[in-house]
Design a protein around this ligand. Structure first.
Ligand code: FMN
Length: 387
């Protein structure tokens, strides 16, 4: 077993162990992948200021996200098809997160259902909902989340239609995978993955098949997906969703200060500055560069969180220093899960915690609540000066 010392170390193992269609599904962005690439590369444009001879003992990473205690301000972002990266993947990731003391967010498009995850975990998790046309189905999703004791709902607002990822079309992505000569040949080399899948019943979209009208089996699902997402979504509709859920609410997928102000008006408890990990609008600004303007617009009135491109504790430190309350990891935990199951998610969280802790100390700061822009050297053009 290789020694995993950073998030990138998972990738060769992940690639060897998981069928190509699911590796590619995670490791790609939409169209030219410009935004996918810049989400990570823009973090390296922010430099950290090294400080010395400042007492760095007694450091603290514990914080809160929407009022809930967390051992560090990092959550697991909702990732669809997590249960195809490894058998029962959502349950494994949720267990790793709860033991670590950070939130796990279950995607609408998960393989394990809300009820499955609730039955197999101890602590409340968060549930992500897409904005769908069907009111009854939306209400039932919120009701099921409530019945499963979910402690927050996260509404993703940046997917009224799907950004195209070329590899998913070329690979014929589906869950469960369609059996073709190519997919069978590939899966035969992924023995561990295959044995895991043979040992579980959870192989299709657990929140949808058998729950959405007319979706009784995976083959009717793709037609449902194309129809179900609401291209007519507006802020009034999002207000209706707010009324369907009376618990803490997070709005995910904000990249513009005007949209941040709208989310505030809806009564959200937090927003996530996110471009969906570069999977939706290709050519959009990276999330970390979008953050300063959004902080300036609403940062004193609502919790601002960030995802997209976070691969290290240094990245988390940079987001927090720009004012974010918390950051999320999507691919970083998915690599760990695909490579090593639950232990891989735990390892990913340990790596990020250790990097955040050491980097914060080396910047002369001892507490995640005591971070500000003075931790960073920020290029003058970072927030952008656009015509
Ligand atoms: C494979 C994959 C599937 C995703 N599925 C969902 C989803 O079902 N719902 C959602 O709101 N976001 C989804 N996202 C976006 C993530 O929640 C998050 O915004 C993104 O992963 C952050 O970027 P990062 O992967 O660079 O950390 C997905 C991302 C990936 C990589």
């Amino acid at each position: 077993m290789p020694v995993i010392t950073n998030i990138d170390d998972f990738k060769p193992l992940y690639r060897r162990r998981v069928p190509k269609m699911f590796y590619d599904y995670a490791e790609s962005g939409s169209w030219t992948e410009q935004t996918f690439r810049e989400n990570t590369s823009d973090f390296s444009r922010l430099l950290l200021k090294q400080r010395v001879a400042i007492d760095m003992t007694g450091r603290n990473l514990a914080s809160t996200m929407i009022g809930q205690d967390v051992s560090m301000p990092v959550g697991l972002a909702p990732v669809g098809l997590t249960g195809m990266q490894c058998a029962d993947g959502e349950i494994k990731a949720a267990r790793a997160a709860e033991k670590f003391g950070v939130p796990f967010t279950l995607s609408t498009m998960s393989i394990c259902s809300i009820e499955d995850v609730a039955e197999n975990t101890e602590k409340p998790f968060w549930f992500q909902v897409y904005t769908l046309k069907d009111d009854d189905f939306m209400q039932r999703l919120f009701d099921r989340a409530k019945a499963a004791n979910c402690s927050a709902a996260m509404i993703t607002v940046d997917l009224q239609m799907l950004g195209q990822r070329h590899k998913d079309l070329k690979n014929g992505l589906s869950a469960p995978p369609k059996l073709t000569a190519r997919s069978i040949a590939d899966m035969m080399t992924k023995v561990r993955w295959g044995l895991g899948m043979l040992g579980t019943k959870r192989r299709s979209f657990g929140n949808i098949v058998g729950h959405a009208k007319g979706v009784t089996d995976p083959s009717s699902l793709s037609a449902w997906t194309a129809e179900a997402f609401d291209q007519a979504l507006d802020w009034d509709r999002i207000r209706q969703f707010r009324r369907m859920w009376d618990g803490p609410l997070i709005i995910k997928g904000i990249m513009d200060p005007r949209d941040a102000a709208e989310a505030l008006n809806v009564g959200a408890d937090a927003i996530i500055v996110s471009n969906h990990g570069g999977r939706q609008l290709d050519g959009a600004l990276s999330a970390i560069r979008a953050l300063p303007a959004i902080m300036d617009a609403v940062g004193d009135r609502i919790e601002v969180h960030l995802d997209s491109g976070v691969r290290s504790g240094q990245d988390v430190l940079k987001a927090l220093s720009l004012g974010a309350r918390a950051a999320y990891i999507g691919r970083a935990f998915t690599y760990g899960l695909g490579a090593m199951g639950e232990a891989g998610v735990t390892r990913a969280l340990e790596i990020i915690r250790a990097e955040l802790d050491a980097s914060m100390g080396l910047c002369g700061r001892r507490d995640v609540h005591d971070l500000d822009r003075d931790v960073l050297m920020i290029p003058r053009d970072f927030a952008g000066d656009w015509a």
